[in-house]
Design a protein around this ligand. Structure first.
Ligand code: ADP
Ligand code: MG
Length: 558
């Protein structure tokens, strides 16, 4: 009929569900955090919409999340009186994979399965939330009843997670007055999730800082007890917040399950008043290199969630998670107006500076921890070298490189410059796809023989910033594969070695012959002090693009 229908899940959802059901991942508790975070999101969306349409709140202005258990029936219900979903929204949100993180998760699983390691998936579930579908880790069947705020229709979405879901209308008497009720029919081995102690423990552990109060009803007919007051963590003084509380909050705001590598929490006072709480993740999110490269800093105004689309950090810091709560923006500001607001520009500047300076401090105080951050996100931060000229200096100071002298570790440019050889006027680089491979390039022979350190650049982004003509402490970056190497003035380490270039008549004769032979294939043939063991190598011209950059342009079809 028109109103009741069964539909197959999108293929990827079916695969994800299959994984959930057969998951060997032991920490199934995470499903509750996902469902509570969805409920909180729904409440925050309503809080925002109600700024311009207060009637949406009706006679139920208080927003809350209510967990209710029925140990006898073996069910757990997560209810919210937030924005709710229409029929179409339900089909779209719960029948397809909308969020990019989950999409990349699926791709990673496919790769892991292709390599015959099905276990990886189970571990990944634990590291990253995969949203609503994690309910099927504990439930044999899930019913979602929802009524969108202001609507006089309610709908039931139902599935056993085996390939199909159904959608049917519900009479209003059986639906929440507003919002969503997710009913989990717990699987036989998951009945503990209908017990008070289990639920209390998990909420305290995982969701104590969700900015919406959480209540608990132990069994049908029992009174509701408060589990969490919904006070916003970021409004509390730094000194009163424990590392564990920060971690819990990070996990709920980032949807990741790792520990933050860096926590930046500060209140700006004076011309603009705002609070920022931002985290650098301890692990790479799935969607780090996504094409749309959206930031993930939420904007609040006086504790009301406004948008997560405000681009509060530059794109090269898009891996940072967290929020900014402004005291100055008007609550009823539209999302479009926010984008262009000068106030937002000031906030963006302030938060960016603080994140970068806190990263610099981490680099100074805990090189190992910073090394991990750089390993995870350095390739993204380096985009800033050509996107944010104002902060080049700062970014170059953060940058760490594999070099011909770094061994297993990395080197900073400060260290590089401190080790410059006599008469060395440039910072030498070599770019390629693989640091180990380029380290063996014949182009490096002459540099090795003189003890000159060369940066091994193996990230695709390196080709870009190296080509953008910047320098560090007055020393330009120069590719060893480009132009003449000018190494003549720098002494060889082995004083007894013969000079590599002998301007003999034999050499000039050879060069003339080679030029004849190669004709228009090459621009020039030159004797060079770049090589010690190899006979010849190809280099790019003085002015043109570096060879790796040429390859990069060719590969991207430019
Ligand atoms: P995410 O929360 O990252 O978007 P989820 O898989 O957790 O991904 O949820 C998918 C979508 O389902 C949400 O974006 C939202 O549109 C919808 N949704 C889930 N739970 C609720 C709820 N309690 N109220 C309203 N919408 C919900
Ligand atoms: Mg979610």
């Amino acid at each position: 009929s028109e109103t009741f229908e069964s539909r197959p899940f999108e293929a990827d959802v079916s695969r994800l569900l299959h994984m959930m059901v057969h998951s060997v991942y032991s920490d199934r508790d995470v499903f509750l955090r996902e469902l509570i975070s969805n409920a909180a999101d729904a409440c925050e969306k309503l809080r925002y919409e109600a700024i311009t349409r207060p009637e949406l709140l009706g006679d139920e202005p208080g927003l809350a999340i209510t967990l209710s258990a029925d140990p006898e029936a073996g069910t757990l219900t997560i209810a919210d009186n937030g924005i709710g979903m229409s029929r179409d929204e339900m089909i779209e949100a719960l029948g397809t994979i909308a969020r990019s993180g989950t999409r990349s998760f699926i791709d990673r699983i496919a790769v892991a399965e292709g390599q015959g390691s099905g276990k990886e998936g189970a571990q990944l579930i634990g590291q990253f939330g995969v949203g609503f579908y994690s309910a099927f880790m504990v439930a044999a069947k899930v019913d979602v009843v929802s009524r969108r705020a202001g609507s006089d229709e309610a709908w039931l979405w139902s599935s056993d997670g085996k390939g199909e879901f159904s959608v049917a209308p519900v009479v209003l008497d059986e639906a929440p007055a507003r919002g969503t009720r997710v009913v989990l029919h717990l699987a036989d081995d998951a009945k503990t999730y209908a017990e008070r102690w289990t639920l209390e423990r998990i909420v305290k552990e995982q969701s104590g800082h969700v900015p919406v109060p959480i209540r608990f009803i132990e069994k049908p007919g029992a009174e509701a007890a408060a589990l969490s007051d919904g006070a916003a963590l970021w409004t509390r003084a730094k000194s009163e917040i424990t590392a564990q509380e920060y971690t819990d909050f990070y996990r709920s705001v980032a949807g990741q399950y790792d520990d933050p590598a860096l926590t930046v929490h500060f209140r700006a006072e004076g011309r603009h008043e705002y609070t920022a709480l931002a985290f650098v993740p301890g692990a790479r999110p799935f969607d780090l290199f996504d094409a749309d490269r959206k930031g993930r800093i939420k904007l609040y105004v006086k504790r009301v969630f406004i948008t997560d689309d405000a681009e509060l950090l530059p794109r090269y810091l898009r891996f940072v998670r967290g929020l900014v709560d402004s005291a100055d923006l008007p609550l009823n500001v539209s999302r479009e107006m926010i984008q262009d607001s000068p106030l937002l520009g000031a906030i963006r500047k302030g938060v960016t500076s603080r994140v970068l300076s806190d990263l610099a401090r981490l680099a100074e105080q805990d090189a190992e921890a910073f090394g991990k951050v750089w390993e995870n996100f350095g390739a993204v931060i380096k985009e800033g070298l050509y996107e944010d000229f104002e902060r080049r200096e700062q970014l170059l100071n953060l940058a760490r490189f594999k070099t011909t002298a770094s061994g297993e570790g990395t080197r900073s440019l400060k260290e590089y410059v401190a080790g410059l050889k006599e008469n060395q006027t440039a910072i030498y680089t070599i770019a390629g796809d693989d640091a180990a491979r380029i380290a063996n390039s014949p182009h490096l022979e002459g540099f090795r023989a003189r003890g000159i350190e060369v940066l091994l650049l193996a990230d695709p982004v390196d080709a870009f910033w190296v080509a953008s003509g910047l320098d560090y402490e007055g020393k330009p970056f120069r590719s060893v594969t480009q132009g003449s190497a000018d190494l003549g003035l720098i002494p060889l380490l082995d004083k007894d070695a013969p000079p590599s270039v002998e301007a003999s008549s034999e050499v000039s004769a050879l060069i003339t012959e080679m030029k004849d032979l190669l004709g228009a294939e090459v621009a020039d043939v030159r004797a060079s002090d770049r090589l010690t063991d190899s006979a010849v190598c190809l280099v790019a011209g003085e002015k043109g693009p570096d060879r790796q950059y040429e390859r990069f342009l060719a590969a991207s079809g430019r």
